[in-house]
Design a protein around this ligand. Structure first.
Ligand code: SAM
Length: 203
């Protein structure tokens, strides 16, 4: 990771300023400062802050970036994207989670985030292509529509692997549209469900 990028300073500064407890239910607010995933209801989790920072830095977002996020969840990661990018399109399959996140992001004053309730494994073709794509749920394999919706020169982060353990993949598309994939880290995310995700698993 290039720690010299000025965008990384913005990520660190924002991390320090953002109160993670705003994204947690009352039962878990007092654990907000712990660097660990926590439940957000509906069997889903908010990631540990260090991983959110790491993934945000890896995406190399700038103020002109149009970002697609799959898995809005609590909206914590969305806030990082909204702070750094021009516009964020975020998709969540569980309506209650999306509605809570919409409320949180509005209270924080973000007006550059567009929310969709639906199957994010299909992406959000209406507003494609995207400079950056952040997937915060573990896929079985690389979803074709997300690769298609990545702009030439774009970067996508996506966990891919088994339900219990995935590799965090950096997918890059060069100016000619050639796609390369690099494994960055071992991670554990809840499953990416849907047409291009896990279809029959119970988790
Ligand atoms: N980034 C989130 C945060 O900061 O709170 C945490 C995301 S949580 C690990 C994964 C989320 O992906 C869950 O909210 C889950 O409902 C959602 N999800 C799983 N499959 C999805 C799909 N096909 N489309 C949209 N969201 C999906």
């Amino acid at each position: 990771m290039n720690t010299e990028l000025p965008e990384n300073d913005r990520v660190d500064a924002f991390f320090t300023s953002l109160d993670r407890s705003l994204f947690l239910n009352d039962d878990y607010k007092e654990l907000a400062l712990r660097d660990r995933p926590l439940p957000i209801g509906q069997g889903q989790t908010i990631s540990q802050p260090s991983l959110v920072c790491q993934m945000t830095k890896q995406l190399q977002i700038n103020r002109e970036s149009k970002v697609l996020e799959i898995g809005t969840g609590s909206g914590y990661q969305t806030a990082f994207l909204a702070e750094l990018a021009a516009t964020v399109y975020t998709v969540e399959r569980i309506a209650d989670l999306s509605i809570q996140a919409q409320d949180r992001l509005a209270k924080l004053g973000y007006s550059n985030v567009y929310f969709k309730i639906g199957d994010g494994s299909e992406g959000w073709s209406e507003f494609a292509p995207y400079d950056r794509i952040m997937v915060t749920a573990g896929a079985q394999s690389l979803p074709g529509p997300l690769v298609e919706q990545l702009k030439p020169g774009g970067r996508m982060l996506i966990p891919v692997g088994e339900p219990a353990r995935q590799e965090l993949l950096l997918v890059q598309k060069d100016g000619e549209g050639v796609v390369s994939v690099e494994a960055l880290d071992r991670v554990i995310f809840v499953e990416l469900k849907g047409e291009y995700g896990w279809q029959n698993s119970s988790k």
